[in-house]
Design a binder for this molecule. Structure first.
Ligand SMILES: NC(=O)c1ccc[n+]([C@@H]2O[C@H](COP(=O)([O-])OP(=O)(O)OC[C@H]3O[C@@H](n4cnc5c(N)ncnc54)[C@H](OP(=O)(O)O)[C@@H]3O)[C@@H](O)[C@H]2O)c1
Length: 250
């Protein structure tokens, strides 16, 4: 596909109401795709509809619900499926978590990636389709103030790799890619994480973030997804996502 060929295709983005998912939905719509945006906050989805017009179809739903995944894949058959929805981890050290807070990202992030990936393989989506799942840079190095977040995000990377293998074995022609964004204060989830790590180190947030380089923005995340959807941003596999763009994780 070229960028032009993204135009007129259907994309579905979970967690489209704010943060990185909103930037991804906007970028795909600007590239000419019809975008189905899934999230629980009706008001924010309606705002995005007002901004983007009829090319954006808001769907108020829990993305971790497996019935939702099956129904929306059957209805929209997306060419580009972005599994971005994620719960905000409770930013506390291990012993201040409960099992419920520790496992939150498993219940939401992992369960939703599992359910949608399974449906993408079962239907299956059309050859040439792309499924992108949001892992995290934390999957590579841990995240000691986020409960089970890093392990959940590492599992998302595994699920995506397993799905890529099934796609190849059955010659489905579906690309499965996981993205590992760098911590960014540009979203509410990232800002809470940055604040917690800065407080733990006894520095202010700006000083904590200095070592990270320029902050990843939702617009840059959107551009990376459009590049992947256009086939110009890599094939199967895992990619770090920073303000500088995509780089393959060995
Ligand atoms: N920001 C970072 O620094 C960073 C770094 C690495 C990875 N990531 C990952 O990137 C993804 C996006 O993060 P973000 O920073 O943009 O987070 P965010 O600003 O908190 O946005 C999260 C999005 O997910 C949606 N969501 C949460 N639970 C949902 C559910 N059960 N069903 C449907 N939608 C749900 C939220 O919408 P509603 O509340 O309206 O449902 C919202 O649109 C997440 O998977 C996150 O773990 C972020």
């Amino acid at each position: 596909m070229t960028t032009q060929e993204v135009s007129g295709t259907t994309a579905l983005v979970t967690g489209a109401s704010r943060g990185l998912g909103r930037g991804i939905a906007v970028a795909l719509a600007q590239a000419g795709a019809n975008v189905v945006g899934v999230a629980r906050d009706r008001g924010r989805l309606e705002e995005l509809r007002a901004q983007l017009g009829d090319v954006f179809i808001p769907v108020v739903a829990d993305a971790a619900d497996p019935v939702t995944a099956g129904e929306l894949i059957d209805e929209y058959r997306p060419r580009t499926l972005v599994l971005n929805a994620g719960a905000a981890p409770l930013p506390r050290p291990l012993h201040q978590q409960t099992w419920q807070t520790f496992s939150r990202n498993w219940d939401v992030d992992v369960q939703h990636v599992f359910g949608w990936t399974r449906e993408a393989l079962l239907r299956p989506l059309e050859p040439g389709s792309l499924v992108v799942a949001m892992s995290s840079g934390a999957a590579l190095r841990g995240s000691p103030l986020s409960g089970g977040y890093a392990g959940a995000k590492a599992t998302i990377r595994f699920i995506t790799a397993y799905a890529a293998e099934e796609s190849e074995r059955s010659a489905l022609g579906i690309r499965f890619v996981s993205l590992l964004p760098q911590l960014t204060p540009a979203t509410s989830l990232g800002a809470a994480g940055a604040a917690a790590y800065a407080a733990r180190q006894g520095v202010d947030i700006a000083a904590f973030l200095e070592g990270f380089g320029p902050a990843l923005t939702p617009e840059q995340a959107g551009k990376a997804i459009v590049d992947l959807a256009a086939g110009s941003g890599g094939e199967q596999g895992s990619y770090l996502l920073t303000a500088a763009g995509l780089s393959q994780v060995p």
